[in-house]
Design a protein around this ligand. Sequence first.
Ligand SMILES: Nc1ncnc2c1ncn2[C@@H]1O[C@H](COP(=O)(O)OP(=O)(O)OP(=O)(O)O)[C@@H](O)[C@H]1O
Length: 598
Amino acid sequence: DNEDVSNSLIIFYNKLSNSNSPHDPVLGWNLSSDPCTGPWTGLTCDNRTHSVKKIFLDSLSFTGTFDASTLCNVQSIAASLIAVNLNNNLLHGENLDEIVNCRELTHLQIGGNRFSGSLPDSLSRLHNLKVLNISSNNFYGSLPDLTLISGLQEFFAQNNQLTGTIPNLDFSNFEQFNVSFNNFTGHVPNGGDRFPVSSFIGNPELCGDLLPRQCPSLPPKKSKGISNYQVLMFSGYFIIGLTIFLVIILLLCKRGKTKEEKANLLNKEASFDDSFYKPSFTSGEYKAGLSKSGISAATESGMVSSSLIVLTSPEVNGLEFDDLLKAPAELLGRGKHGTVYKVIGEQGMTLAVKRIKDWTIPSNDFQQRMRRLDQVKHPNVLPPVAFYCSKQEKLLVYEYQENGSLFRLLQGTQMGQVFDWSSRLSVAATITNALAFMHQELREDGIAHGNLKSSNILLNKNMEPCVSEYGLMMVDNEDQSSLSNFGANSAFKTDIYGIGVILLELLTGKVGQNNGLDLAEWVLSVVREEWTGEVFDKSLIREGAREEGLVYLLQIAVKCVNTSSPEARPSMNQLARVINTIKEEEERSISVSIVSEP
Ligand SMILES: Nc1ncnc2c1ncn2[C@@H]1O[C@H](COP(=O)(O)OP(=O)(O)OP(=O)(O)O)[C@@H](O)[C@H]1O
C-alpha cells in the first residue's frame, strides 16, 4: 500500500513539474524516502495514521499538468487527503472529473493557472468542500450546481470565461465570494449584496442593484384566469388592432416609395459601394456641403460655418466638404460622444471623420477652440487636419491610423499576444509626457483632453502611441460633480482619472468599462483587502517584470483614480516625472543585469 502511495505521488509530482525540468525547484520528492517521514516539501501527513493529508505546492512556477486521477484514484490517498493547494503555477488540468473520488477534500485551490475547458459536474459532489478557488484560469461554460455543497464558505472564480447564471446559493454561509470578470448572465442571487460590488463586476450581462446593469422589474403577477368572455373581447381587440397596423404599414410603404423615387431623381450621382456607406447627414447640411464654396475662399469670406476648414495637412488641401460626403465611408465605431467613419478621400488619403454628437457649443467658440488646438503641436498628439462646423453638425477630420489603438492592443493580450513590460512602460511614459505638455500649454485656455481612454490612444505608422481627440468635447462624466469646486481645472483633474485608468489597464491587462469605474473599483478593492500581486497581468509576472516597478506604477495609478478627494490626484507633470523615473530605473536594472551576466 505504502509503495502504491509513494509511486502515485511521484507520478503526480512528475506530471506537475513536467518530469522535473531543470528549472523546477528541488523539493525532495523522490522514492528514496518515505513521503511522511522524508523531506517531501509541501506534503503533510497525519501523524497518527501516517496518511497523506495536505499537498501545498502553490506559487512554484510548475508548468506541467495536474492529473487528478494520480491522487484521487488511489484509495489510500483519496481517503485521507483534505487539502490541495496548487494556486499560482502555470498548470494545465487533466482528468479533473476524477477529483470527485477525493471525497474528503475541504480545500481545493487551483487558482492562477492555465486550466481551461468546462468545469466537471462532479465538483458539486465534493460535499465536504469549504474553500474552492478556480480563479484566474480559462474555464468556460456554466458552474456546477454549487448549491449541493452546503458547507462551502469561500468561493473564488474571478477572471475566467464562465457563463450561465450564478446558482442560488445560501450566501449566509459564505465568508468570501468572487465571480467578477466572467460572462455570467441573469441577476445576482438574493443575499449576494452581502459582498462588495467587486465580487460581481466585469460581467457585462449580469444585473443587480450595485451593478451598472439594473435588472428589469418583474412583470406584474397575473391575478386569476380569464373568462371566455374576456378571451373573446381580447381577440376582437387584437383583430381590430392588427387591421389598423397593416393599413398603416401599407400607407407608410407607399409614402416611402414616392420619397425614395424623388431622392433618386435629386441625387443621381449618389452611387457607392455597398460595403461602405455614407454618413447620413440631413438634407439641409448636405446642401450646405454641396455649395462647392472653395475652402480658402469660404474661410476668408467668413462663411466658415458651412465649409470644411483645413488646418494643417498639405495632403488634404483642396478637399471639400462635399468630397467628404461623397467619399465611401465605413463605420469604425459609435461611442458615447459620436461616431467615427473611415473615409477614403479622392486624393487617396485615408481619413477618420468624427461626427460629434450633442455638443451645444456655439460655432464661433468651437472654431476658436480648434484653431487654438492647431497652434499647440506635440509629436505624440494626433492633430485634426480639418474640421467642419454648422449649427447641427460638428465634424473633425484626422489622418486614419491603421495600426489600431491601445485598447485593441490590450484586448490582444487577453488572447495571448505579447505586450511586454518595457513596451507598456514606454507607452505610459510617452503619453503622459505628451499630455503633460498639452496641459501646460492649454491650461490657461482651460482645454483638457476631456475623454481620455485607451481607444483614444492610437498607434501611428511607427507603432508609437498618439493621443487622439484632444480637446474635442466638454468633460461631462460623473467625476465632474465631485470636481465642481475646481472650476476650469476640473477638466484637467478628470484627465488624470482617465490616464489612471489607462495605467491600470496596462498593469492588469484588462480593459476598463463604464468610464473605467469597474476596473478602478476592482483594483482598489483588491489593494484594500490584501495588496497582493493578484491585480497584475499574469503575463507580466511570467515575463519576470520587476515587482518594484509594477508596485510603484500601481501606487501612482491608484492616486490618479482617487474619487473621494480628486484634489489629491497628481498633476500630469508630476505623473510624467514619476513614470519617467520608473522607466529609467527599469532600463538601468536591465543594463546592470546584462553587464553582470557571466
Ligand atoms: N484617426 C483614427 N484612426 C484610426 N482609428 C480611429 C481614429 N480615430 C478613432 N478611431 C477608432 O474608431 C473607433 C471609434 O472611435 P470613438 O472615439 O468614437 O470611440 P470611443 O472612444 O469608444 O467613443 P467616444 O470617444 O465617443 O467616447 C475606435 O475604435 C477608435 O480607436
